[in-house]
Design a protein around this ligand. Sequence first.
Ligand code: ZN
Length: 517
Amino acid sequence: MESRDLETIRSLPGNDVCFDCGVNDTQWASLSFGTLFCIDCSGKHRALGVHIDFVRSLTLDSWTPEQVIVMKAGGNLKCARAFRSNRIPMAVTEGGGRNSLENNLNDFQERYQHKGAKAYHQKLLQDAAASSPSTGTETERNSGERPDGFSSPTLAQKEEIYELARLDPGLPWHAPIPPVAMKLILLAFRILFGVPVLPLILIFCVARYVLYPENAMLQGLGYLLAGIPLVGSLLFGRKLCRDFVDGRIPPFKSAQNLLAQRMEDRRAIRTRGYDVFLPPPKTKEDGDSERTIGLIFYPGWLINHTAYATVAAKLSDAGILVVVLSMEPFRASVSSTQVETARYLRVMYELLSDVAPDHPVSEWAVGGHAVGAHLAMKIAKATSPGTSRLVVWGCCSRPIEHRSASLADNTKLEVLVLNGSEDKSINQLSFSQRTDFHNLLPGSTIYRTIPGGNHNGFGHYEKHKNRKKDGVRTITLDEQQQIAIHETVQFLEGKMPPQPLPAANPPTKNSSSKKNE
Ligand SMILES: [Zn+2]
């Protein structure tokens, strides 16, 4: 840090003494709160973790211009006043003296994890952004490459971006219900379905046997029989529990990092319900005639939607605006068609009006992976003819409520079904099951196969170890996704000729002759 900046920061009101304990030593700084403090207190600040408090040494660490701006926008007195007005307990009084607070790590946690402290952190970032000379070097540096006038995010914004993109998939940040309630639901789920009830029933039967020896056999048998449905539902419940609680599939770190990178470059936006991947800003040569296609995409069963950041980002590079919907908190793409359609329309509206007004979408497509594709089929039906194209990845089975997804009569809708040749979840389907699926789709549907591709190769996620249905890929993940992206872009841009229905397994004369007319 330049000595001039250091002097300015040191001279801010209250910055002469430690913010937390009041001693006359301020070598350390919190970028999160714009405060200075002593070396003893710096240890406690660090102990809070960087997600709460980002600590730097005024003299030992290097500082970026953005960090200096944040510190200049802060100051101990400013922060103390904000904290006091929020009744956050402080050890230093307004006059600089000490009060009776012990000021240990617990007090620090209480102080800095307080709602008011978080609000102050936000306000500090806003103040810093407002005070930063936006016409400075950064805009100049960017003006050549970014015709849309975006400037690079500040460091403080970058930290937020990365935190947002790396959100623990288990955290119900996306959940419409509070985190505590979410935990309680999952706990109730575990207790309800996780307790092995079979032994309990056996103990009960034994008790009856002992208590009523005269009817023992019959009574015991009666209870055992009565218990069978109960046990059955419990075993099913345990499976459900295993799926919903333990089977949640996290994304690869690389996908999270890519999302963060895109957010930093203003090519992606994460909102509470979905991630948006924006096409590159249009150059003047493109003109206004170029239409933008929007693809709204549903993730697969139990898969964190961040896992699709990689394919979505690459699709957006090809000029498609991609929205990956979050299925949190349960990640089950089986919600009611009406509810989901309402959400789908709301997402469209938000995109056009608030989230990405600079990218007016002229044509909408809906897509999905695996079970997500089932939902996409229902949405395509419900929003026809508004949705003009449907993209189905890694899916060849009909949804449970197949009536709400039947698109066979829909002549206006264009459909692409793209599957990996090694996808076991599809290869194990019987001929009649495949026919059922094909019968749900319009006759003009285009079927494509990725040679060597498998089921989980459409996303960047950690495969559940017990899952065998994905099949083994004989090409790399990157290769599979490149093909998937190429085929999908061709299809969305209307450059793909219709294809005859592929021969199903086992190949029969019926299927090939019928479509080759
Ligand atoms: Zn101190």
